[in-house]
Design a protein around this ligand. Structure first.
Ligand SMILES: C[S@@+](CC[C@H](N)C(=O)[O-])C[C@H]1O[C@@H](n2cnc3c(N)ncnc32)[C@H](O)[C@@H]1O
Length: 269
């Protein structure tokens, strides 16, 4: 099952790597600048970006650290990340093929590990978190950004079963669009996952991300029937799902909002 999801990841992202290189959400998303601001990177730092995609997060940190390794499972994505490093002239940004759940790096190598908009693909989040913990130095920082599922923290005003149902439907909606989608965690679940292994969560915030439906669906190559199905899931959802996704028409186009969580955690010294 895990291996199947990982080969789906390589298939999906391998085929759509170029679309991610130019995707506004990935290249210019608000969470990028905010992440750098919150982390306050140091010039001496060794950094690792996990599931770098087209390299946007690694490139945001490259000017501020000694060295950043942009790592990913998908070779085509690493090619895009390499092109970005060359285009920007970042000689301290290099690429490496790495599975987030089995990182090919020694213990305590990095001062900073970042992972942005990717953890929802990982089949085994506790193993991913344990790997981040292992490769970080004591006192090192883990900066995570990911789309979240609705829970009481992100979608107040709804009770447990309505929220659980909305979370299941939201993840199904994502998986129909992208078969390599695993599961988005809720905001509270991230704190638990990180706290369980010993991380100290020093900052947590939610960042709404407005998405135009059509480019969101076509970026992953959905056919017309799938787009119709996704459109009706979005507009006919339960009240809890609608409160979470906020579907709306603007100038004849369908938009919705996803929430990203930004979580900054520290491995105690
Ligand atoms: C949406 S893209 C990442 C975006 C990027 N981090 C950014 O900030 O623009 C998701 C990436 O996760 C990678 N990925 C998925 N599962 C992975 C795994 N188990 N290990 C490493 N990378 C993985 C995919 O290959 C893909 O490049």
């Amino acid at each position: 099952m895990d291996a199947m999801n990982k080969s789906l990841v390589e298939q999906q992202f391998g085929a759509h790597a170029a679309a991610y290189a130019t995707s506004t959400v990935h290249a210019k998303g608000a969470s990028l600048g905010r992440l750098v601001e919150l982390v306050r990177p140091q010039a001496s730092w060794q950094a690792l970006d996990i599931a770098t995609g087209a390299g946007h997060t690694a490139a945001a940190f490259a000017p501020h650290v000694a060295r950043v390794i942009a790592s990913d499972l998908t070779a085509e994505m690493l090619e895009e990340a390499g092109k970005l490093a060359t285009a920007k002239g970042y000689a301290n940004m290099e690429t490496a093929r790495a599975d987030a759940e089995a990182l090919p790096f020694e213990d305590a190598r990095f001062d900073l590990v970042t992972c942005r908009i990717a953890a929802h693909h990982f089949p085994d989040v506790p193993t991913f978190v344990a790997e981040v913990w292992r490769v970080l130095k004591a006192g090192g920082i883990f900066a995570l950004v990911d789309n979240i599922s609705p829970d009481a923290e992100s979608t107040p005003g709804f009770a447990g079963p309505a929220l659980r149902d909305a979370a299941v439907t939201y993840n199904a909606f994502e998986k129909i669009r992208d078969p390599s989608h695993g599961r988005c965690l809720g905001m509270a679940e991230w704190s638990e996952q990180l706290g369980d292994i010993g991380f100290e969560v020093t900052h947590k915030e939610r960042l709404p991300k407005d998405m135009e439906f059509e480019p969101w669906a076509t970026r992953m190559g959905c056919d017309a029937a799938t787009i119709t199905r996704l459109r009706s899931m979005l507009t006919d959802g339960t009240p809890a799902l609608q409160a979470f996704l906020r579907p709306r028409e603007e100038a004849g186009k369908l938009w919705f909002t996803l929430d990203e969580a930004i979580v900054i955690a520290r491995k105690p010294a």
